[in-house]
Write a protein of this length. Structure first.
Length: 220
């Protein structure tokens, strides 16, 4: 764990659960190829912290679909930090689904986190239904990601696309695709935790009458 107290400040009373998840990532997560071998030593600053602080954008009791959840990022750190959230982890690969289900069981999250095998944009994703909040971390370039995720968004839905330093360039490059999908960029935020600076592109639906989707920030 990082030594400056950041993890404790971010996760609070849920820190022991976050530590267990970090152990799972560094162990079977790396051994089974869900996380790269070089990531084991930087799992806190590069993964857990930057994912957990995304919850600051979510209102109380939000239901979130995490697309291409992989090893559970960002969905599981979000669920660990915020016990009021309900998460559906959407992942197409069975071996990752198995790992996610193990994590959910061992972390005691089964009452509010479910794992669905499916791919965004395919009929298999219909099992999760439409949601007001959809997350995706390093899944695909923004144009493809928007095309895959738009069918999962409710009429008031918001897509949180976690990206690296090129986030602004992606927004500029794919503005036409975003608009054609009926979405608009609400904000481009820098995530404040961890050694690796990450950014989240916040995309919301345009609604009837030309009104704008309102970004409802809340939580920790």
């Amino acid at each position: 764990m990082i030594e400056d107290g950041t993890a404790a400040a971010v996760f609070g009373d849920a820190l022991p659960v976050a530590e267990r998840y970090a152990d799972l990532l560094r162990g079977d997560g790396v051994a089974h190829g869900h996380l790269g071998p070089r990531e084991a030593e930087r799992v806190w600053e590069r993964h857990l912290l930057n994912c957990a602080v995304v919850t600051g954008l979510l209102p109380n009791g939000a239901r979130v679909v995490d697309v291409g959840s992989g090893a559970g990022l960002p969905g599981l750190p979000m669920a660990i930090r915020r016990p009021d959230l309900h998460l559906s982890l959407l992942e197409p690969m069975q071996r990752r689904v198995d790992f996610l289900r193990r994590c959910v069981d061992e972390l005691g999250l089964a009452d509010r986190v479910d794992v669905v095998r499916g791919r965004a944009g395919d009929p298999s994703s219909r099992d999760v239904g439409r949601s007001s909040w959809v997350t995706a971390r390093a899944v695909a370039p923004l144009d493809r990601l928007v095309g895959w995720c738009v069918s999962l968004l409710a009429d008031d839905g918001v897509l949180l696309a976690l990206k690296g330093r090129s986030a602004a360039d992606e927004v500029a490059q794919h503005g036409a695709v975003i608009s054609r999908a009926g979405l608009q960029v609400l904000s481009l935020d820098e995530l404040p935790a961890g050694a690796d600076v990450s950014r989240v592109i916040v995309l919301g639906r345009r609604v009837r009458g030309g009104q704008r989707t309102t970004l409802r920030r809340g939580g920790r």
